[in-house]
Design a protein around this ligand. Structure first.
Ligand code: HEC
Ligand code: HEC
Ligand code: HEC
Ligand code: HEC
Ligand code: HEC
Ligand code: HEC
Ligand code: HEC
Ligand code: HEC
Ligand code: HEC
Ligand code: HEC
Length: 372
């Protein structure tokens, strides 16, 4: 009876999952609630959990300097958020930092929403060293002019398309800490050229997604916000398993920019496909030229109403390139088609593929016609 303890375990697991679902506080609640498990986290706890990143790349107004000289006896290791600096607001070059307490006095609601976000929580934990400005002004820039006259356009760096801050200036703030890496090719990328801001896809003010500080709950929803035509292709009869959650747009694309069109993560289309379909890389004794050239000669990368993502039905797909010269010439005649006078079973269903089974290439010594 080995089945019993297993199914018991399964029941316990299911019960636990159910309980978790029932107890889920909803998004708004989750943003404000402390972690459910134990006592609320202290700032010291958060400081210890922060990822190690060198965020020293700031410019503009320097933060309060925190050194061994100013704070003798502090031997704790500095966190990555400590080096936060304040960007200059090009529309308010004379503004000075005023500290997050002042912002919060007017922006209670935003403060509640942002308090549990990665950035704000972390800047607060780091503010021991970087000063109280960090929590808000590290992104929004110095606020003295804005506090005096909040409705003056451009008085504060704001991250929406309605705001007076140009998208390039918005991105500059984020890139102050996030340049390089995946964003190496942001400058000149199609998204940058079309005036997207980082915050078209990211919302660091609220916890909307479990990871990636995204503006929607998942990567695919972020992209679908603008690329509805592409997203719709994934609803077709055959498609990459993206709606099933096995794949995201970012498995093939880097939205921050790449050296290849259209934002592919690899140098060529085929290299992208090989990252998962490695068996198609070959090498084959007998190569099928269009496969080597580009998988998209026959497949749509997103989805298609033909089987296996094909761009056209078989046999028409093959007949775009092949005429029936040296071939048994009674195949594919009008009479031989499924609706013809004398349908030919050799062209039914899998048609050409009934005989040419290894269409991507063959390693069989007698596979030159991809029969084997
Ligand atoms: C005296 C109250 C007050 C203070 C202090 C204040 N704000 Fe504001 N803030 C406002 C008001 C009112 C608006 C709405 C202005 C409008 O609708 O034109 C606003 C708007 C904003 C916006 C949106 C601007 C836009 O163009 O969309 C941001 C971002 C912002 N505040 C951030 C901050 C930050 C950061 C601080 C601290 C440095 C701060 N505020 C301090 C009152 C204040
Ligand atoms: C990591 C950078 C970052 C930090 C830190 C940050 N913000 Fe924001 N803030 C943003 C972005 C990005 C938006 C635009 C969000 C969106 O797309 O709606 C924003 C929006 C706002 C708005 C405008 C809201 C609206 O609906 O127009 C206010 C007000 C604001 N922030 C205040 C604050 C205050 C107060 C703090 C400190 C507690 C703070 N921010 C900290 C990045 C930041
Ligand atoms: C002062 C530095 C600083 C600024 C300014 C800043 N960030 Fe961050 N951000 C960090 C640090 C530190 C981390 C955590 C370490 C990491 O993941 O690299 C982080 C993490 C992130 C992450 C990854 C979160 C994850 O789950 O992996 C995203 C996305 C992000 N920031 C977006 C932004 C955007 C968008 C802006 C501009 C509105 C911005 N940041 C401004 C310091 C900054
Ligand atoms: C077109 C949408 C889009 C734009 C615009 C965008 N991002 Fe992202 N970003 C994403 C997505 C989606 C992810 C998650 C990638 C993943 O998990 O594979 C991400 C991940 C990140 C990360 C965390 C992972 C990493 O690469 O280190 C950071 C940091 C980040 N973005 C910063 C930025 C900054 C800064 C900008 C503006 C210069 C920006 N992003 C513009 C969609 C975008
Ligand atoms: C705010 C709208 C917006 C969002 C969100 C967005 N894009 Fe785009 N994207 C655009 C625009 C605009 C273009 C340029 C379209 C054109 O030139 O026809 C573009 C172009 C592209 C291209 C084609 C590049 C080329 O060279 O032809 C790809 C690929 C792409 N986006 C992928 C993504 C992915 C992946 C995401 C999600 C992480 C995403 N986009 C999110 C607006 C957006
Ligand atoms: C399996 C890899 C893969 C996935 C997943 C994928 N793409 Fe693509 N995408 C490609 C390839 C390859 C091309 C190049 C098509 C071409 O050259 O004709 C492309 C082209 C594009 C283009 C520009 C050309 C066009 O067809 O309009 C956009 C926009 C785009 N993808 C957006 C997305 C979005 C949004 C998602 C997620 C919903 C996504 N892609 C998911 C591989 C992928
Ligand atoms: C990130 C991994 C990944 C990448 C990259 C990728 N695929 Fe896929 N592909 C998958 C998965 C997962 C499946 C589903 C496999 C299954 O259901 O057995 C799949 C299925 C397919 C199918 C069969 C669909 C069907 O209906 O049976 C074709 C054809 C295909 N991929 C072609 C491509 C092409 C062409 C590319 C390059 C543009 C590509 N794939 C890139 C993961 C990937
Ligand atoms: C000459 C047209 C053609 C080209 C080019 C092509 N394929 Fe295919 N592919 C097909 C056909 C036809 C099928 C259906 C095979 C079947 O049903 O037996 C298929 C099926 C597939 C499948 C699903 C079944 C399997 O064999 O695993 C994957 C995955 C796939 N192709 C990936 C690729 C990749 C990756 C490339 C580029 C390296 C590529 N294909 C290039 C015609 C092509
Ligand atoms: C984009 C054009 C294209 C498509 C589509 C295409 N092929 Fe080909 N095929 C070629 C080229 C080019 C060759 C190489 C011809 C040569 O070497 O003389 C070839 C070679 C072949 C050969 C071997 C010919 C020989 O003489 O050795 C067979 C068999 C074949 N293809 C079958 C198919 C089948 C079946 C399909 C449909 C699933 C198909 N092809 C789709 C372009 C294509
Ligand atoms: C009944 C099995 C069968 C079917 C179905 C079939 N073929 Fe063939 N095909 C063969 C055989 C056998 C050869 C080898 C003939 C030779 O070596 O002289 C061949 C050779 C070829 C060749 C290379 C010879 C040439 O004509 O240059 C091409 C290309 C080809 N087939 C394409 C196709 C296409 C396209 C289809 C679907 C429209 C198809 N075949 C359907 C059996 C078949």
């Amino acid at each position: 009876m080995r089945v019993f303890p297993l199914s018991l375990a399964a029941c316990v697991l299911m019960a636990a999952t159910l309980a978790a679902v029932v107890a889920w506080p909803g998004q708004a609640g989750a943003q404000q609630a402390a972690p459910a498990s134990s006592a609320p986290l202290t700032q010291q706890d958060i400081a210890r959990m922060l990822p190690a990143t060198d965020m020293g790349a700031g410019h503009g107004h320097g933060m309060a300097t925190y050194t061994a000289a100013t704070h003798p006896g502090d031997t704790s290791t500095a966190t990555s958020f400590d080096a936060a600096s304040i960007p200059t607001n090009p529309l308010m070059p004379k503004a000075d930092p005023i500290g997050s307490k002042t912002c919060i006095a007017c922006h209670t609601q935003e403060n509640i929403q942002a308090s549990h976000s990665l950035h704000v929580a972390s800047f607060r934990a780091g503010s021991e060293r970087s000063g109280p400005q960090a929590a808000c002004e590290t992104c929004h820039g110095p606020g003295s002019e804005h506090a005096k006259n909040p409705t003056a356009p451009g008085s504060i760096i704001a991250f929406t398309h309605d705001s007076k801050t140009p998208p390039a200036e918005q991105a500059k703030v984020c890139l102050g800490c996030h340049a390089g890496g995946a964003r190496q090719h942001w400058t000149g990328s199609i998204h940058e050229l079309r005036d997207l801001s980082c915050t078209d896809c990211h919302n660091p003010m609220a916890r909307v997604s479990p990871e990636g500080v995204l503006a929607k709950p998942s990567i695919n929803e972020v992209c679908a916000g603008c690329h509805q035509d592409i997203r719709a292709k994934f609803n077709r009869r055959s498609h990459m398993p993206l709606p099933e959650g096995q794949l995201a747009c970012t498995d093939c694309h880097n939205p921050h920019g790449t050296i290849t069109k259209p934002l592919l993560k690899t140098d060529t289309v085929n290299e992208t496909c090989y990252t998962c379909h490695a068996e198609k890389r070959g090498p084959f004794l007998f190569e099928h030229a269009p496969v080597r050239q580009n998988c998209l000669n026959c497949h749509d990368p997103h989805g298609s109403n033909q089987q296996t993502l094909l761009v056209a039905p078989i046999p028409m797909l093959c007949q775009q390139c092949h005429t029936m010269t040296r071939h048994p010439n009674d195949l594919q005649t009008a009479a031989g088609m499924g609706t013809g006078a004398s349908p030919d079973e050799r062209v039914m269903g899998r048609a050409c593929l009934s005989c040419h089974t290894n269409i991507h290439g063959s390693n069989n010594p007698s596979g030159s016609k991809f029969h084997k």
